[in-house]
Write a protein that binds this ligand. Structure first.
Ligand code: PLP
Length: 397
């Protein structure tokens, strides 16, 4: 259909956002795969591990017990309790089950949060590089993302002083994603606490995306939820996707002030209603059982990170900040601009895909033009396969 016709049909709202750029890359790679091309795939942001056995067993048990009906919108009571208890044990937070809810993925929890907090023209401080969906979700809610550029020389670290400077009369919220997708940067504990204090003092909300909080390689895992004196202005958005290798199950969580959780639940009651009942039972098992599986995966990711950094180090011209968490390396490829028809990271990612058959995500999706994101949540063999290809590609241009 011609775009002029579509403009009349579709709402202004939907025109404010774009299809998730990481998913766009996945789609393009899928077309090549369908043509039989063997790709080294570092595009998707998801664990290569299988969901642990005991979590799958809990789901099977739920099906056998016919736990297959609607549940309360915010989640079954035992899951809401498991969410806050896990968080209290791991991070010293202090929430009641009514201050927590589950959604069909962390992305929906975030989407709901912005919908209930943001009015037209409200500003949301968004550190760069950012996970691609934040910008669109904020815009869809009518908000204005205020980009806050972190410095590569400082390891992409978010500092409280930068946040303070970016606050205006229209600021409603600040997004913090630590460890960060795509940079792997971890916000230092004292900076995170200072940001929570600023939010509290200025009456704005700290939206802390904890999707990768268990994939922290510094060994000093912490959460904004541990700064209990500022809890009125903190909303914690979590996900079981990466922590327990459960991306397809679609379970995310929100923990925060009850009025916000109630509003998010009200909104969710008019969209998806409850999260899949079977996935909820599996999530209770994930949160309440031994966390050894999380630690095992974390250790494997550290080895994979070190391996991919070693291999990237063999390629002259690529530089990387050492990631402290998550499972991405945000590699600076700007030294190659001006060569082989490449003038942006989008060009580099495209050439890598079509000429070297390596899937990466261009930095444009995350707010910078000099980088490509490499997801190392793959096997060591897959790292070697793609890095051999990349080395050959970059040394030949
Ligand atoms: N937050 C960040 C930073 C992410 O990278 C992702 C997924 O890639 C999510 C939230 C949402 O994850 P999910 O919807 O699978 O829970």
């Amino acid at each position: 259909m011609a775009s002029a016709v579509l403009e009349k049909i579709l709402s202004d709202r939907i025109g404010r956002i774009e299809i998730s750029q990481t998913l766009a890359v996945v789609n393009e790679a899928a077309k090549l795969k369908a043509d039989g091309i063997d790709l080294a795939d570092y595009g998707a942001g998801e664990p290569h591990f299988a969901t642990p056995r005991h979590i799958k067993d809990a789901a099977i048990k739920a099906i056998e017990a016919n736990f297959t009906r609607y549940t309360g919108v915010a989640g079954i009571p035992e899951l809401r309790r498991a969410i806050v208890e896990r968080h209290a044990t791991d991070f010293g937070s202090n929430y009641a089950p009514e201050e927590a809810m589950c959604s069909a993925g962390g992305k929906l929890a975030l989407f709901n949060a912005f919908q209930v907090l943001i009015d037209h023209g409200d500003e949301v401080i968004l550190p760069v590089p950012y996970w691609t969906s934040f910008k669109d979700i904020i815009q869809y809610a009518g908000g204005k993302p205020v980009l806050l550029y972190t410095s590569e020389e400082d390891g992409f670290k978010l500092r409280a002083a930068m946040v303070e400077k970016a606050i205006t009369d229209r600021t409603k919220a600040i997004v913090v994603n630590t460890p960060c997708n795509p940079s792997g940067a971890v916000v230092p504990r004292e900076e995170l606490e200072a940001i929570a204090e600023i939010a509290h003092k200025r009456g704005i909300y700290l939206l802390s995306d904890e999707c990768y909080v268990y994939l922290d390689y510094t060994g000093k895992r912490y959460s904004a939820g541990g700064f209990t004196k500022y809890k009125d202005h903190i909303l914690l958005l979590g996900s079981l996707s990466k922590t327990y290798a459960m991306t397809g199950w679609r379970v995310g969580s929100a923990i925060g002030p009850k009025p916000i959780i109630d509003a998010m639940s009200k909104l969710q009651s008019q969209s998806t209603s409850n999260t899949n009942s079977i996935a909820q039972k599996a999530s209770v098992a994930a949160l309440n059982s031994s966390q050894d599986c999380v630690e095992e995966m974390r250790k494997d990711y550290i080895n994979l990170r070190d391996h991919v950094l070693r291999r990237l180090g063999e390629i002259d011209g690529i530089t990387c900040v050492k990631p402290e968490g998550a499972f991405y390396v945000y590699s600076n490829v700007s030294k190659f601009f001006g060569r082989h028809g490449m003038n942006s990271s989008a060009d580099v990612a495209k050439k890598l895909l079509h000429e070297a058959h390596v899937v990466t995500v261009p930095g444009e999706a995350f707010g910078t033009k000099e980088h490509i994101r490499i997801s190392y949540a793959v096997s060591r063999e897959e790292i070697d396969k793609g890095l051999d290809r990349m080395k050959k590609f970059f040394s030949s241009i």
